[in-house]
Write a protein that binds this ligand. Structure first.
Ligand code: NAD
Ligand code: UD1
Length: 337
């Protein structure tokens, strides 16, 4: 099997993808600057697979460090997760987000080009659809950015498009994730956000474990069945497996592809609360609050293209997502620390 370079491989989605790559016989090398993760995730990967993954603590902004890694290994493909992802922080520190995500990606692409490694899987986001005018969202929906984080994803998508137009030896899969949640079924790996979580599922699990008093539900006056926002939650293991399918697809039918990775099912905030309570047996107190700025009423994927192009479909349901999120949180109340 192939040797895969994974940037951001100690992070939430990256570490779960490393795990699935190893379980499926790939060789993996990880790079991360540990700005938003812990190398402990790779110890957990080792405990589950018996494999000690070569790890480089290095920064995308340090091109020489990346060149040195490419000099030591022959990679077939790169899966590029590394980047900053907090929407609110991106509004406060736009220059930092542009530099880290865009300059960082340009450095990676240059190093890949210099080493003639031209197979790339890139972590994009449903944020590139801005405020969607219809659901389900298919890949041909209009693109826009509503904050600097989203602008970095959109800009990188355009950079990849232009690079492919200039040199069709590149093979690229741009994967637009919907809302990743859940954890490996072992309960030993999961999402470990810094500070108070911004996203729904880690907030709910921290309420359940007693770290936070109650959930603030942002808005109960949306035009949805119960008034709360609707999203497409996808189990991180399904998402990880989508990357394996993308690597295979690039090998069999090269080119540039863009596709949604979502389940196609929309669930409201209260649906998630109820499913979590059932899965965990723990009550989640909540209070309705005003809408959060920039939130759409409903966003869920049309996942048809991923099935056609990649032969991939999400298999795990909301109950499994809640069970696995809970198992991780209850076994690791302080995350990896
Ligand atoms: P994460 O923060 O857990 O992982 C990202 C990793 O990148 C972290 O380990 C961080 O330390 C590392 N990193 C950041 N800047 C770096 C740099 N300059 N050099 C080296 N490493 C650097 O986040 P995640 O949830 O695993 O997200 C992975 C990717 O998927 C990101 O690109 C994110 O934007 C994208 N994405 C995430 C979501 C989501 O909701 N989690 C949704 C859509 C897209
Ligand atoms: C967030 C990001 C988005 C990214 C997406 C991918 C923001 C503003 N947007 O979107 O850029 O592409 O993740 O995963 O961060 N909610 C509550 N209470 C909370 C937290 C969330 O009610 O404490 C609600 C939200 O209003 C929303 C839903 O839960 O309706 C999901 O929120 P969240 O998990 O933050 O994801 P997104 O808003 O979809």
């Amino acid at each position: 099997m192939s040797k895969v370079f994974v940037t951001g491989g100690t992070g939430y989605i990256g570490s779960h993808t490393v795990l699935e790559l190893l379980r499926n016989g790939h060789e993996v090398v990880v790079m991360d600057n540990l700005s938003n993760s812990s190398a402990e995730s790779l110890n957990r990967v080792k405990a589950l697979t018996g494999i000690s993954v070569p790890f480089y603590q290095a920064d995308l902004l340090d091109k020489e460090a990346m060149s040195a890694i490419f000099a030591e290994h022959t990679f077939e493909s790169v899966v590029h997760f590394a980047g900053l992802k907090a929407v609110g922080e991106s509004v406060e520190k736009p220059l930092w987000y542009y530099k880290n995500n865009i300059t960082g990606t340009l450095n990676l692409l240059e190093v890949m080009q210099e080493n003639r490694v031209k197979n790339l899987v890139f972590s994009s986001s449903c944020t590139v659809y801005g405020e969607p005018d219809k659901v389900p969202i298919s890949e041909d929906a209009p693109l826009s950015a509503v904050n600097p984080y989203g602008q970095t994803k959109l800009t990188i998508e355009y950079i990849l498009r232009d690079l492919f137009q200039a040199d069709q030896d590149w093979n690229m899969a741009i994967l637009r994730y919907f809302n990743p949640v859940g954890a490996d079924q072992s309960g030993t790996m999961g999402e470990d956000p810094n500070g108070i979580p911004n996203n729904l599922m880690p907030y709910v699990t921290q309420v359940a474990v007693g770290h936070l008093p109650y959930l603030r539900v942002f808005g109960n006056d949306y035009p949805t069945q119960d008034g709360t926002g609707i999203r497409d939650y996808i189990h991180v293991t399904d998402l990880a497996l989508g990357h394996l399918k993308a690597i295979e697809t690039l090998r069999l039918s090269p080119g540039l592809i863009r596709c949604n990775l979502g389940t196609g099912n929309g669930y409201s905030v209260l649906d998630v609360v109820k499913a979590f309570e059932t899965a965990s047996g723990v009550a989640i107190p909540y209070q309705f609050m005003p809408r959060r700025a920039g939130d759409a009423a409903a966003a869920y994927a049309d996942p048809t293209l991923a099935e056609t192009l990649l032969g991939w479909r999400a298999e795990r349901d909301l109950e499994q997502m809640c069970k696995d999120s809970w198992k991780w949180q209850v076994n690791n109340p302080n995350g990896y620390s």
